[in-house]
Design a protein. Structure first.
Length: 278
């Protein structure tokens, strides 16, 4: 299991970052590594996210010194969404089949989490997001049809999209993790514009289902000090609570969002009008 540790940033420091520094600090390029669990541990709300791509052999999610626990979920909760081929997630010995679009909420205290693929040539690609947890809630499998849909946007604003809430109070209980997937309709390219911040929660975005030449221009930074990252398929972005998080694509894309922080109120946002952006 590979672990990349990222530290927090003061917004005044980020003002002086060049493109290389921004990418080093906020962009995660290698989220899905065949035959590996590759995780990023951000000290922004101590969220862990990344990918598990089992090929010939199953992969186990483990704890260790970096987490201060023998078991990964000893003091954490976990969200999972499969964006690849068919596979399984085995939780404390119980095997659960997972097709593309299936999700899971795994509660604190689960001792064994093992990922496997049905076909090594077309492996499952499990996206993972985890946050510290103070309480154990029931583990729940969330098929795509069970995610809570919210349609937003308009053709005039080229941002028609459906937000599928997986780990969310409308679907299941969790301590602080909130997680879902947003799918844009054909011809729509903007996500989350007009944009917002939420000082009470951080967020991480995974962009995927993109053609090889498609790029997303992900906007970040304070509203009056915006920057951007050019993001390719299956890459992720860390968004601190003080930063906007919005993007526009050169072609079709989908993204998974995961949040953790003070509350789980999805609409608790500090809106920023386009005219206020700099």
């Amino acid at each position: 299991m590979k672990l990349d540790i990222r530290y927090g940033h003061h917004p005044d420091d980020v003002k002086g970052y060049d493109t290389t520094k921004l990418r080093e600090q906020f962009l995660v390029e290698d989220v899905f590594v065949p035959g590996e669990i590759a995780l990023t541990y951000t000290h922004v709300d101590r969220v862990v996210f990344g990918g598990a791509v089992p090929t010939e052999n199953p992969l186990s999610l483990v704890g260790g010194k970096d987490f201060g626990t023998e078991v990964f979920l000893e003091r954490r909760e976990l969200g999972i969404i499969n964006i690849g081929g068919e596979g399984t997630v085995t939780l404390d010995g119980t095997v659960h089949p997972m097709v593309k679009g299936d999700g899971f909420y795994v509660g604190r205290g689960t001792k064994s989490v093992v990922f496997a693929s049905k076909n090594a040539a077309q492996p499952a690609q499990f996206y993972l997001a985890s946050a510290p947890a103070h309480q154990s809630y029931p583990t729940v499998k969330i098929e795509f049809s069970q995610a809570n849909p919210r349609k937003l946007g308009s053709p005039e604003a080229v941002n028609v999209r459906t937000i599928y809430q997986y780990v969310h109070p409308a679907v299941c209980q969790s301590c602080q993790l909130v997680m879902g997937m947003t799918m844009l309709e054909t011809g729509s390219v903007w996500n989350t514009m007009p944009c917002h911040t939420h000082e009470r929660r951080m967020e991480a975005y995974l962009y995927f289902d993109m053609d090889a030449d498609t790029r997303v221009f992900h906007l970040l930074g304070q509203p009056t000090e915006t920057r951007h990252l050019v993001v390719a398929d299956r890459q992720a972005v860390i968004s601190p609570s003080w930063s906007i998080h919005s993007g526009v694509g050169t072609g079709r894309y989908t993204f998974i969002w995961a949040m953790a922080g003070e509350n789980q109120t999805f609409d608790d946002m500090d809106a920023v009008k386009p005219g206020a952006l700099r």
